[in-house]
Design a protein around this ligand. Sequence first.
Ligand SMILES: NC(=O)c1ccc[n+]([C@@H]2O[C@H](COP(=O)([O-])OP(=O)(O)OC[C@H]3O[C@@H](n4cnc5c(N)ncnc54)[C@H](O)[C@@H]3O)[C@@H](O)[C@H]2O)c1
Length: 322
Amino acid sequence: MKDVLQKYSGCKVLVTGGAGFIGSHLVEKLLDLGAEVTVIDTMLCGNKSAHLDGRKNLSVHEVDVNDVPSMKPLFKGKDMVFHLAAVVGVEETQDEPVNLLNVEVVGTSKVIALSAENKVKRFIFASSSEVYGDSLRPMVEEGPYNPKSTYALTKLVGEHYCAAYYQKFGLEYTALRYFNSYGPRQDERFVLSRFVNRALDGKELYVYGDGKQTRDFTYVEDTIYMTLLAAIIKEGAGQVLNIGTGKAESIIDLAEMVLTMLGLKDKVKISFVDYDKRRSREIEVFSRLANIDRAVKLLGYRPSTSLDEGIKKYVDWYRGSK
Ligand SMILES: NC(=O)c1ccc[n+]([C@@H]2O[C@H](COP(=O)([O-])OP(=O)(O)OC[C@H]3O[C@@H](n4cnc5c(N)ncnc54)[C@H](O)[C@@H]3O)[C@@H](O)[C@H]2O)c1
């Protein structure tokens, strides 16, 4: 399967949200594979691709996905579009619902339309496990769906846009439902980085509720590898895939793992806090685990980084970046 990634060599790829966490890893790997990469990003949370500045075959544009005149020339001649731009983070998505709709629904519709107009060979949409809401069973692509937040709903809408453009204009797409990707360069909007960074600063770790809510934590290298495979193989067209590991961990266990790994179990406290206005109980997903059978079968790949290894890699990166 690895050889299939050689097809990216010389491929002209546009990545929206390419300065973000997942985007920066994707852009780096695409460049390593010999692709020509164009990034569109507002740099809302800084530029996580900054370390790639000056790399051959990379052009970065500080452009909003709602700004069609600026985007238009950038879509010319592109083979593939990875649409990752989004407002991400529980608080961020709740604070500005109108902006969220503007980016995730209006912006996404513009990016899809430009992709169709320019006859790109594959459109990849970054969806989310949030579309499932809560489920006591491992989540399968067919559903059921129970989006609990506006963010989750916008991801379902995006998937439907993809399917509609596929049907009407033949725009081949792959929608990837990411399950809690984590790793180097992630910032504190996300739980693992927040725990590690706070613990190393000697600050207590806050856990919402009883901490028994579970997540399927996926190391970013695995996320990227599955993304690249799904996007390039013929069979990926028209597919919706869970991108996770098929293993779940609770938030409290994650906190304990981080403290054990850092040798800070006796020094850093874990505090349980109630849900509040900024982080409401209504939109919390209590049980989240991916069934990845479809992805494993289609891609011939199973994520290989354990949570222990992944945390260690994040910690090494964080220490090195200080
Ligand atoms: N990280 C995860 O675990 C996870 C889980 C599920 C889904 N996703 C999806 O994957 C994608 C990437 O997520 P991430 O974790 O890298 O988040 P991120 O916030 O690091 O990256 C998103 C990027 O989009 C950019 N952006 C925001 N609004 C924009 C706009 N109007 N125009 C252009 N760029 C804009 C931001 O500046 C940022 O660089 C998102 O679509 C997200 O919804 C991520």
